[in-house]
Design a protein around this ligand. Structure first.
Ligand SMILES: [Mg+2]
Length: 251
């Protein structure tokens, strides 16, 4: 079945994100250690953020809420209003950072948008994601933009149902094995994994042996159009078949 739709993840696939989140966590760690000796501050923050994802959701706001709670817990309620204000500033800085597209993203999206239906599927808090999409300058190239609270099988099925896309016609491109690759494979779509140089521990997931040959790993967005052209010319083959035959695309 010919591919009609390419879906892209946003954070760390189209634009840099995790490096800013890590910087904010470092800022929090330093802030806590300007108050006292809290060598585990960063670790506590990471754990709390993940533990409360189902309550606060993903993204900047949930990280700030976790910073507030961890700072109260770690200081036994003694954190001052001034320090609390500094935590809010760390969060505001995260919202204000410039959007930098990853290498080869702009030309690839522009190249593909006349050839395929492009859908952006991104998770995180709504305001932060809307700001990023707007600042990216890419929204006009997408036929659909979906900001979701979770990226799992149900989410992808709902989106594909709404767009009337057969999963076999779609390729998902993203940096997260857990959120982009595994659920896409599970619904019967194909997937291209483009790892980002750093991963949030929550997004790291084991890939079962049986799934390892079902998706393609590329070092950047640069090779995506070439791979898609080869797929089109190959007839009924899948991306993973092409890559297994001649994996010079894994450069
Ligand atoms: Mg991502």
């Amino acid at each position: 079945m010919p591919i009609t739709t390419i879906a892209f993840d946003g954070d760390d696939t189209l634009w840099h994100h995790e490096n800013f989140m890590e910087e904010a966590q470092d800022d929090f760690h330093n802030l806590m250690n300007s108050i006292g000796s809290y060598p585990d501050a960063r670790k506590h923050l990471e754990d709390k953020h993940i533990a409360d994802l189902t309550l606060w959701g993903y993204g900047v706001r949930s990280l700030v809420l976790s910073m507030i709670e961890v700072s109260i817990n770690m200081t036994g309620g003694m954190i001052t209003g001034d320090k609390m204000k500094e935590i809010m500033e760390i969060g505001k800085k995260l919202y204000m950072h410039p959007i930098t597209l990853l290498e080869h993203v702009a030309e690839t999206i522009i190249h593909l948008h006349n050839r395929y239906q492009l859908v952006l599927i991104t998770k995180g808090d709504l305001i932060a994601q809307e700001m990023k999409i707007s600042k990216s300058g890419l929204s006009k190239y997408f036929d659909g933009i979906e900001i979701v609270t979770e990226k799992n099988v149900e989410t992808y099925q709902k989106i594909l149902g709404r767009y009337k896309i057969n999963p076999a016609e779609m390729i998902m491109v993203g940096n997260s094995i857990r959120s982009d690759i595994l659920p896409a494979l599970k619904i019967g779509a194909q997937a291209i994994h483009i790892p980002y140089h750093t991963s949030w521990q929550f997004e790291v997931a084991e890939v079962a042996e049986t799934d390892k040959n079902k998706f393609v790993v590329l070092p950047s967005m640069k090779s995506v159009p070439e791979l898609l052209e080869r797929l089109e010319k190959s007839g009924e083959k899948k991306l993973s078949d092409i890559c297994q035959e001649s994996c010079d695309l894994r450069f």
